[in-house]
Design a protein around this ligand. Structure first.
Ligand code: NAI
Length: 338
C-alpha cells in the first residue's frame, strides 16, 4: 500500500498534469515568509489567483501547517510547503515570481529603519538563494526598510552576476492603496475610481503622493493636500499604533501585495499597458533607486516613467524625500560591502 504521503504526492502530481493539459496559463510563485502576518493572507489570496499554477510556501517556522490549510482550497494552484534553510533551494527552483514578506515588523515607537539590523541579513540570505536557484525570477520585495532592502538585494545579485534591474521591484503598492482610499474619502468618490501616483520610497517623508496628478482630475485645497500627504505618509504608523504591539499592516498589505503580484504576472503573460508604482533602479532622479510608475512586461519593469509636472508643495516634498532616500540606499549598499 502506498503511504499517505505518497498518495498525496501522486494526487498533487495528477492535479498538476491535469492542469498542464488544460493549457491554462500558469506561473510558479514562491512566498518567502509565508507563515507570517502578511505571508498567510498573501498565500491565501495567491491560491485564489487564476494566473498561479504552482505556489511554494517557505518559512523558517510553521509553513507545514499553513501549507496543509491552504492546500485544501478548491482552486487551481498546486501548493507545496518548505521549512527552514535546508529547503530554501527546493522552494525556489523553477519559480517565475518570488514574493518576500520575511522579517520582523514594527512595534509602536519604531521607524522602519529600526528593522534594518535583523531584516537586512534575512533579505541577503534569501536573495543568495534566488541568485543560485531562480536567477531569472521576478522579485517582489516587501521586507522593510524597503528603501534599503532593495539596494541590498541588488548588491547580492551583482555579486553573483545575475543582477537584472528590471526584475527587482520594491513593493510600495500599499502606499498607493492607502492614497486611493484616503483621497476617495475626501472627494466622496468610490476608491476603485481613484488613481493616485505615489513616488519616492516607502518610509516617512520619502512617501510622496502626487496629489496634483490624481485621476479623475480634482482640485484639493492646501489644507486637504497637507492633511492627505501627512495621512498617506503615516498610514503605516496609524496601523502600528492601533495594533498596539501586535505588529504592523498585514491584511491591507497582503491585498496590496497580491494586487502588485497580479500586475507582474499579467505583464509576464504579455498583457499590454500594465502600469503600477514600484521602487526600482531608476534614472528618474539622480538617485540610483526611486519609486515611480513602471510598465510591467515579459521581462519585468520594462519602462520607468518620469514624474510629470509637480506643484510647488510636491517639489519641496521631493527634495526632502531624496535627502532621506540617499542615506537609506547607501546604508543598504554598505551592508553588503562592509
Ligand atoms: P511577521 O513577523 O508576522 O512575519 C514574518 C515572517 O517571516 C515570520 O513567519 C517569520 O518566521 C518569517 N521569517 C523570519 N526570518 C525568515 C527567514 N530567514 N526566511 C524566511 N522567513 C523568515 O511580520 P509581517 O507583519 O508579516 O511583516 C513582514 C515584513 O513586511 C516586515 O519587515 C514588515 O516591516 C514588512 N512590511 C512591509 C510593507 C510594505 O509596504 N512594503 C507593509 C507592511 C509590512
Amino acid at each position: 500500500h502506498p503511504s499517505n504521503l505518497q498518495m498525496e504526492e501522486n494526487s498533487s502530481l495528477r492535479a498538476a498534469n491535469c492542469r498542464a493539459k488544460g493549457g491554462a496559463p500558469g506561473f510558479k510563485v514562491a512566498i518567502l515568509g509565508a507563515a507570517g502576518g502578511i505571508g498567510q493572507p498573501l498565500a491565501m489570496l495567491m491560491k485564489i489567483n487564476p494566473l498561479v499554477s504552482v505556489l511554494h510556501l517557505y518559512d523558517v517556522v510553521n509553513s507545514p501547517g499553513v501549507t496543509a490549510d491552504i492546500s485544501h482550497m478548491d482552486t487551481g494552484a498546486v501548493v507545496r510547503g518548505f521549512l527552514g534553510q535546508p529547503q530554501l533551494e527546493s522552494a525556489l527552483t523553477g519559480m517565475d515570481l518570488v514574493i518576500i514578506p520575511a522579517g520582523v515588523p514594527r512595534k509602536p515607537g519604531m521607524t522602519r529603519d529600526d528593522l534594518f539590523k535583523i531584516n537586512a541579513g534575512i533579505v541577503k540570505t534569501l536573495c543568495e538563494g534566488i541568485a543560485k536557484c531562480c536567477p531569472n525570477a521576478i522579485v517582489n520585495l516587501i521586507s522593510n526598510p524597503v528603501n534599503s532592502t532593495v539596494p541590498i538585494a541588488a548588491e547580492v545579485f551583482k555579486k553573483f552576476g545575475t543582477y537584472d534591474p528590471k526584475r527587482l521591484l520594491g513593493v510600495t503598492m500599499l502606499d498607493v492603496v492607502r492614497a486611493n482610499t484616503f483621497v476617495a474619502e475626501v472627494l466622496g468618490l468610490d476608491p476603485r475610481e481613484v488613481d493616485v501616483p505615489v513616488v519616492g520610497g516607502h518610509s516617512g517623508v520619502t512617501i510622496l503622493p502626487l496629489l496634483s496628478q490624481v485621476k479623475p482630475p480634482c482640485t484639493l485645497t492646501k489644507e486637504e493636500s497637507e492633511y492627505l500627504t501627512n495621512r498617506i505618509q503615516n498610514g503605516g504608523t496609524e496601523v502600528v499604533e492601533a495594533k498596539a504591539g501586535a505588529g504592523s499592516a498585514t491584511l491591507s498589505m497582503a491585498y496590496a501585495a497580491v494586487k502588485f503580484a497580479d500586475a507582474c504576472l499579467r505583464g509576464l503573460r504579455g498583457d499590454a499597458g500594465v502600469v503600477e508604482c514600484a521602487f526600482v533602479a531608476s534614472q528618474v532622479t539622480e538617485l540610483p533607486f526611486f519609486a515611480s510608475k513602471v510598465r510591467l512586461g515579459r521581462t519585468g519593469a520594462e519602462e520607468i516613467y518620469q514624474l510629470g509636472p509637480l506643484n510647488e508643495y510636491e517639489r519641496v516634498g521631493l527634495e526632502k524625500a531624496k535627502k532621506e532616500l540617499a542615506g537609506s540606499i547607501q546604508k543598504g549598499i554598505s551592508f553588503i560591502w562592509k
